[in-house]
Design a binder for this molecule. Structure first.
Ligand code: HEM
Length: 280
């Protein structure tokens, strides 16, 4: 696994924060990030995984120690309260339609960091806009999907420590973007930005009708420049083939998304342990 530093200052930021992990965990009284244990034990802890996660927080903060430390602490505190693992593995979706329009796939044949993909076929929600009325329910589902994706990554690898996300917007030209949708998307965008730094490799927006491209210009203002650079907007779903070796039938491939997707992502041993402890 390679952690690439451009200079000694970056390395120093990383090494300082890495050494502080145990005291941070003690301070916030929470020892879990993306389903991984942060402090040593002889059962669940993987040193290389924690190295990678700490690096992500430093990178997202341009290797400024204060900002990296603050974001990490905030993230752990948020996880303690929001319980994203519970959302991912213990809760049923607020609306069953959400399960039908969202999926996670894992295709080894795709290039580096495009193996694990979360799919949001938001265009299919045209007749189910009520799901956006329940902000909390929508958030818990969307964050749950994110966490299931994270479980499939390998933080010790160089080619599978980031995920790709796809939004399909077919049918949306008939939509009015109402206040509920705006509220839900803003909330998810902010949560990802604050609490999931350096987890995304690329985000593809497909079947975006030409008449809706103005919306892209609006939404992208809420997103940091670093994240924006990862976005690719396509008017046709078949253009996905230019980016992925394996695409579902709906986008010109062989197998339908439903058969490619993983219905039940298996949580790792530490996550199982935490969830069991939680329900005692
Ligand atoms: C983000 C829903 C239309 C571009 C989001 C998010 C939601 C959402 C829930 C939060 C992030 C996520 O779930 O991953 C919708 C709905 C639409 C719509 C229901 C129906 C009208 C569009 C259109 C575009 C667009 C037409 C144009 C390309 C974006 C962008 C983000 C986003 C750039 C930010 C992604 C991120 O920061 O992760 N949308 N959207 N959306 N959407 Fe849409």
């Amino acid at each position: 696994m390679a952690l690439n530093f451009e200079n000694d200052e970056q390395k120093k930021c990383y090494e300082t924060l890495r050494k502080e992990i145990e005291s941070i965990v003690k301070e916030v009284e929470y020892d879990e990030l993306y389903g991984q244990k942060l402090t040593p034990d002889d059962q669940f802890y993987k040193e290389g995984v924690v190295d990678r996660l700490v690096f992500k927080f430093c990178k997202a903060n341009q290797f400024q120690l204060e900002g990296s430390r603050a974001q990490l602490k905030k993230t752990l505190k948020w996880r303690k309260e929001f319980r994203p693992l519970h959302a991912a593995f213990k809760e049923t979706p607020a609306s069953s339609i959400l399960d039908e329009v969202c999926a996670v796939t894992n295709s080894d044949k795709n290039d580096a960091n495009k193996k694990v993909i979360t799919w949001n076929l938001y265009g299919l929600l045209v007749k189910h806009k009520e799901v956006f009325k329940d902000l909390d329910g929508f958030m818990r589902f969307r964050i749950g999907l994110m966490e299931r994706g994270l479980q499939l990554l390998d933080f010790e690898s160089d080619d599978n420590h980031l995920m790709t996300q796809i939004h399909d917007y077919s049918n949306v030209s008939m939509w009015r973007l109402d206040a509920d949708i705006k509220k839900c998307s803003r909330a998810v965008i902010e949560t990802f930005q604050q609490y999931y730094p350096e987890t995304l490799y690329a985000k593809f927006f497909v079947n975006v009708p030409y008449v809706m491209s103005w919306l892209y210009e609006v939404i992208k203002m809420f997103v940091s420049e670093d994240t924006r650079k990862k976005f690719v907007v396509m008017s046709d779903g078949h253009q996905l083939k230019d980016h992925l070796a394996v695409v579902p039938k709906e986008f010109g491939g062989e197998e339908p998304l439903k058969s490619l997707s993983i219905a039940n992502v298996e949580p790792n041993a530490y996550v199982k342990y935490l969830l069991d402890k939680d329900s005692e």
